[in-house]
Design a binder for this molecule. Structure first.
Ligand code: GLU
Length: 324
């Protein structure tokens, strides 16, 4: 089955109402990498005359750090990156995720799974399949029933199990990333049936992000390239739930000296926003990373600098597209 998404070149023009978002997980303060995602998505929204929403992705509650949400908001404000809506909190939107989950269930697309990571690793090893370090294991379908059942109630009775979506055979997803060009993923071979609800009862990022992007009318997703590998899964879920697919632009990652993506795990340090000068210095580094050349330097306010950055962004993105 080929589920190709047609050429998504800027499907929503600014006149249709551009809506972008920044969706940090509150696992720590902003670091150089997350500032690149914040600035890139903010600039894209501003350059298109659109709105920029802030969503705190605190769905994975055990990983959240108390106070990080407020710290992120104060860092964004210090950088002049004001948002037009929100912040919304995923932890307060469970009912929406539950409703989407229930719909998929009624369509007979889900099944419960009791496999631990170790069981999956053992099954793959027994089949001679080795998963390279840093790559997700492809679910081998151990718990998938031969016939899927559609449930209308009694869904949460089995709360100790995870719930996976059953992918069709040969589930191919193709989309055009506005920065990276045509992308393709064979979900059945590269991912396998994936989890929408964990065995601890939490809905997963994949489901929450798809429900939120649709519910909030997001037309453009601009985020770090580390999330590129999730996009096909999200497009597949959008198709199953009858949601529109936004356009995607994945931004270059900031790497540390070992070539690893900056993250809390790699002990990325917080950006310094203690005064305007330091915040501007952080913004300048992020803009350089985004490939914005000739930005004004010297004595300039953050607001003036952001205006110049918006123009520079428009030159490298919007104008470049209209010349195609
Ligand atoms: N919450 C995710 C993160 O902080 C971002 C999700 C997204 O932009 O789709 O990595």
């Amino acid at each position: 089955m080929i589920l190709a998404v047609s050429k998504l070149k800027n499907p929503s023009s600014p006149a249709d109402g551009y809506r972008g978002r920044f969706a940090p997980s509150p696992t720590g303060p902003l670091h150089a990498g997350s500032l690149v995602a914040a600035l890139g998505s903010w600039l894209d929204a501003r350059a298109n005359g659109g709105q920029w929403l802030l969503r705190i992705e605190d769905i994975d509650t055990p990983r959240c750090v108390p106070g990080a949400d407020l710290q992120i908001q104060s860092q964004l404000r210090a950088c002049g990156l004001f948002w037009d809506g929100g912040p919304s909190y995923q932890s307060r939107r469970q009912e929406l995720y539950q409703a989407a989950f229930q719909r998929l269930h009624e369509f007979g697309k889900l099944y419960s799974c009791s496999c631990s990571r170790q069981t999956i690793a053992n099954t793959l090893a027994a089949a001679g399949i080795r998963t390279p370090r840093n790559q997700e294991m492809v679910y081998p379908g151990t718990c998938r029933p031969s016939q899927l059942i559609s449930y209308t109630d009694g869904l949460l009775a089995d709360s100790k199990k995870a719930w996976r979506i059953a992918l069709p055979e040969n589930c191919q997803i193709q989309f055009e990333d506005l920065f990276l060009g045509i992308q393709h993923q064979d979900l059945s071979r590269e991912v396998g049936d994936f989890v929408l609800r964990r065995n601890d009862g939490l809905f997963t990022y994949q489901l929450a992000v798809v429900v939120d992007d649709a519910d909030q009318g997001i037309t453009h997703v601009v985020r770090g390239k580390d999330l590129l590998n999730n996009t096909a899964r999200q497009i597949y879920l959008q198709q199953q739930l009858g949601y529109p697919t936004p356009s995607y632009r994945h931004l270059p990652l900031v790497l540390d000296t070992n070539g690893e993506k900056l993250s809390k795990q790699t002990l990325a340090s917080s950006i310094n926003t203690e005064n305007d000068k330091s915040a501007l210095a952080e913004l300048r580094k992020a803009a350089e990373h985004l490939g914005l050349g000739s930005m004004p330097d010297g004595n300039i306010t953050i607001a003036e600098w952001l205006l110049a950055a918006t123009k520079a962004w428009r030159d490298v993105t919007v104008n470049a597209q209209s010349k195609d």
